[in-house]
Design a binder for this molecule. Structure first.
Ligand SMILES: Nc1nc2c(ncn2[C@@H]2O[C@H](COP(=O)(O)OP(=O)(O)O)[C@@H](O)[C@H]2O)c(=O)[nH]1
Ligand SMILES: [Mg+2]
Length: 210
């Protein structure tokens, strides 16, 4: 079934949303002075439950040149910034917290709509290492809808204090997607994250089969 076939049953109008987002990007993507108009090669979205460290990670990746806007038609904040990864300028989006692709709140609805309607080169699913198995449910949902997913297991410092150790390589082998363990708070694992994200920036055709 194509998207248009289900229009009568669903509230989301992909064409309309895309048009709104086109305007959003045009207004916000190159807001800085004209000598810093650097085209963005890839779009990377940070997604995950509330309070897992998405915004802290977003700030570490983008620095202070960010734009905060309302998601079209809502009062939900969505931040967009740029980062240099593997020598390329990439666009990083900090999405509102979501537990599942089946939305219960306006924030989740915005994040879900964003993921389903926009062209995204990589989704970084940020999870809390202390609640690994519970949070993997959304990872599987993202993989199921064929999005390119990188799992960022954050809050490693807190997990380690509780005696929880995460085996990055084993998790990568089990899930079949790239995994990075990190502590955004301690700035641990950020370079490894950038290196793995760099694969998506320099090799756009790279994809994983689940
Ligand atoms: N100990 C620890 N705290 C973190 C880490 N990452 C984020 N935090 C803290 O967790 C809280 C929520 O982070 P935030 O980035 O706002 O989460 P978001 O809701 O996913 O955007 C803040 O107080 C952060 O400073 C981490 O790796 N370790
Ligand atoms: Mg946040």
């Amino acid at each position: 079934m194509t998207c248009n076939d289900c229009r009568n049953y669903c509230q989301t109008s992909p064409g309309k949303l895309t048009a709104i987002w086109d305007r959003f990007w045009k207004n916000n993507q190159f807001k800085k002075s004209s000598n810093s108009l650097i085209p963005t090669r890839a779009t990377i979205a940070l997604v995950g439950s509330p309070n897992v460290g998405k915004s802290l990670l977003f700030n570490l990746l983008t620095g202070s040149y960010t734009t905060v806007s309302n998601y079209p038609g809502t009062t939900v904040d969505i931040s967009q910034g740029q980062a240099i990864i593997a020598g390329q300028t990439v666009s990083i989006i900090d999405t509102p917290g979501m537990y599942s692709l089946i939305p219960m709140t306006e924030e989740e609805q915005c994040s879900r709509d964003f993921l389903l309607t926009e062209s995204i080169d990589l989704v970084i699913h940020v999870i809390d290492a202390k609640h690994l198995s519970r949070m993997l449910a959304l990872t599987f949902q993202l993989m199921e809808i064929q999005l390119p997913v990188l799992l960022a297991v954050n809050m490693l410092d807190e997990a380690e204090k509780l005696g929880i150790w995460v085996n990055e390589k084993q998790l990568e082998a089990s899930l079949g997607i790239p995994v990075v363990t990190l502590s955004a708070y301690k700035k641990r694992g950020i370079e490894t994250l950038k290196a793995k994200v760099g694969n998506y920036v320099t090799t756009p055709a790279l994809s994983y089969s689940y």
